[in-house]
Design a binder for this molecule. Structure first.
Ligand code: GRF
Length: 218
């Protein structure tokens, strides 16, 4: 018998293209996780309707209705528990999380960041990469720790920066790879292949699945 699939909540604030890539991967019966819940802090997040159309529970919680960051997170936590969630995937969730919430999900919460961490933490990563003239840029999936855009790295994809790139063209090239590595990283975590040792994540014989290098612009 197959082991039970992990129940995943995707936390979003906007369009939800990464959430969609996770949903698409989870359609495969052998995939070790299912997207059981989509939770947004924005009532008008486009991803909510997409999730509902796919028959996935979608909940919007307005953080502005809560008196503090932690009060909002306590409401989120209750919803996550109600849906028996095992793992969280932050997918464009634009709220900083408190150490309390991160502590509840230690080793069970993933984030995707549009840069090769530890370079370019924070916002406007593509603009900053172009300003610096780097030739390689990319995306990172990592476990979430209290510090923003830090934490043990599960998978990365590297893409070239080419002449004439704008933040939009470079961002689109990176995003295509985000949609590849996020499902891959979730698969590794949900199947129990990952071990966290300090800042390092090991996956035994599946190490080669964690680094994606895209040699030519597409
Ligand atoms: C992505 O670029 C992701 O790396 C970042 O936020 C963006 C979310 O995009 N964390 P989408 O909502 O998944 O389309």
């Amino acid at each position: 018998m197959r082991p039970a699939r992990k129940r995943v909540a995707a936390l979003i604030s906007g369009r939800g293209s990464n959430m969609l890539s996770l949903m698409a991967a989870a359609k495969h019966p052998d995939y070790p996780a299912e997207i059981a819940l989509v939770l947004s802090n924005k009532l008008d997040a486009a991803g909510l309707a997409t999730a509902r159309d796919a028959g996935i529970a979608a909940v919007a919680l307005n953080h502005k209705d809560h008196e503090s960051r932690e009060a909002f997170e306590r409401t989120m936590q209750a919803v996550l528990e109600e849906h028996a969630i095992d793992l969280i995937c932050l997918a464009g969730f634009m709220r900083l999380l408190t150490p309390w919430f991160v502590g509840q999900w230690q080793g069970r919460m993933l984030n995707i960041h549009p840069a090769l961490l530890p370079s370019y933490r924070g916002l406007h990563t593509h603009e900053r990469a172009l300003e610096d003239g780097v030739k390689i840029h990319g995306a990172t999936v990592h476990f979430v720790v209290p510090e923003m855009d830090a934490g043990p790295i599960i998978a990365q994809a590297a893409v070239p920066v080419v002449d004439g790139d704008t933040p939009e063209t470079l961002g689109a090239r990176v995003l295509r790879q985000e949609h590849v590595i996020y499902p891959l990283a979730l698969k590794l975590v949900a199947s129990g292949a990952t071990r966290i040792d300090g800042n390092r994540v090991t996956t035994g014989e599946r190490a080669s699945e964690r680094l994606l290098i895209v040699p030519t612009p597409v």
